[in-house]
Design a protein around this ligand. Structure first.
Ligand code: SR1
Ligand code: MG
Length: 409
């Protein structure tokens, strides 16, 4: 990679803030009491700067010129930080309170400065601890609905929408998804892996022609359906949650939108569905059947919130001459079917592909075997039955039966 720029370190970030007047105004360097590098994602450096006495400070997120999960052998454009900063700005305007506040973007060093969410938890971690965070699934559906309408041709001037689409083109990050989510899980691929006990399940998936065809169709949708400026990686590790307490309402923040581009709206819904199914598989494996049922109910909760939000915006559409109510029904129906398909792709990918989830990986192998098998079987069901029954509730019910039957305990 020829690109060279200043890479931040815990020992240099305070000086970095001091050199940037906008940041220094938001968080005076002298008040910074602690600096921690906390990036537990696959790609970037993330520093939390605490204010005096542990007061909220600021987060600095820096894109490295390679994939952190793999190292310099997998170069990756740091310009993804610009895509994320753009998405944060646009999404923050359309869905206020549902994304972190952006303070600044440093285009020379690919650093995003944003709100410190230390009083929130990563939703995946909270789910893995058995916490429920009621309403978070609704908030995520509202976020997807507001963004879907507000960045689409329904909500934007057509010239501005085309310019926004062009500015959001994000080929390297899309390629990761096209390969890791929409191709490799159902094909023999070097980056695939699973427990020896699940190898037969992985082979069954590769041999399932109906599911492979659905993946091909979904990949085509992902690569061609520029419906809205989607988040692009909306799994439960990309959502932060804080429960209501001390008179403060609950808070949900969708963050880490570096995969944002103009793509199919169902993709964002699908990623949430998949990760709810995975949370349910973990709960079943641990014998927490009631919590598993609750996790599965989140599919319908997110869908309903999305649908209600999108329908509520429909009267504001730009061109009602041909964007009739019939088009609304057709679009909602398309998003429903797409969402369940992308959910299937993401769920199987988190079991056999690269970048697995702590939900499943931290289960002891004897339990993991059944959870992984259940998720793979549920994914195949989602991919192939969604046309006949495109309801999130119906799919969740069938997924529950499959996960329960597959568990090993
Ligand atoms: C190499 S990046 C692997 C994964 O991390 C991100 O969170 C995306 O889900 C991506 O597919
Ligand atoms: Mg991420």
């Amino acid at each position: 990679m020829s690109e060279t720029y200043e890479i931040l370190a815990p020992t240099t970030v305070v000086d970095y803030v001091a050199r940037n007047p906008r940041l220094a105004a938001a968080l005076p360097p002298a008040s910074i009491s602690d600096v921690r590098e906390v990036g537990d994602g696959n790609l970037n450096l993330v520093f939390i700067l605490s204010g005096a006495g542990g007061a909220p400070g600021m987060v600095l997120k820096q894109a490295l010129p390679y994939v952190r999960l793999v190292g310099p052998d997998w170069p990756m454009t740091p310009d993804r930080a610009a895509k994320e900063a753009n998405a944060l700005r646009v999404h923050g305007r359309l869905a206020p309170g549902l994304v972190p506040t952006l303070y600044d973007y440093d285009a020379e060093r690919y650093v995003i400065a944003m709100e410190d969410l230390s009083d929130h938890a990563v939703w995946r971690h909270a789910l893995n601890r058995g916490e429920r965070h009621e309403g978070a699934a609704t908030d995520v559906g509202v976020y997807v609905g507001e963004v879907a309408f507000g960045t689409s041709v329904f909500g934007m001037d057509p010239h501005e929408e085309k310019a926004a689409l062009a500015a959001a083109v994000n080929p390297q990050l899309c390629e990761i998804t096209e390969d890791l989510v929409l191709t490799e899980p159902t094909r023999p691929a070097q980056r695939n892996s699973c427990l020896p006990a699940n190898e037969a399940d992985a082979r069954e998936l590769v041999g399932d022609d109906a599911t492979v065809r659905e993946m091909g169709w979904l990949k085509l949708q992902f690569m061609t359906q520029a419906e809205a400026l989607i988040h692009g990686d909306l799994h439960t590790g990309s959502v932060m949650v804080r429960a209501a307490a001390d008179g403060e309402p609950r808070s949900t923040k969708c963050f880490d939108s570096e995969f944002a581009f103009y793509g199919p709206v169902g993709f964002d819904l699908g990623l949430t569905y998949a990760n709810y199914v995975i949370a349910a598989a973990r709960a079943f494996a641990l014998g927490e059947d009631e919590r598993a049922a609750w996790a599965l109910s989140l599919l319908d909760e997110t869908w309903r919130a999305f649908e209600a939000t999108f329908r509520a915006r429909w009267p504001e559409r730009r061109d009602p001459r041909v964007f009739t109510d019939g088009v609304l029904e057709q679009f909602i129906a398309k998003v429903a079917v797409d969402g369940l398909g992308f959910g299937a792709a993401e769920a199987m990918r988190r079991i056999v592909g690269l970048a697995k989830t702590a939900d499943i990986e931290t289960l002891e192998p004897a339990l993991r075997e059944g959870a992984a098998r259940g998720v793979l079987r549920a994914s195949r069901m989602m991919a192939t039955t969604r046309h006949a029954d495109p309801t999130a509730a119906g799919i969740a019910a069938r997924a529950g039966d499959i996960l329960l039957a597959a568990r090993t305990r």
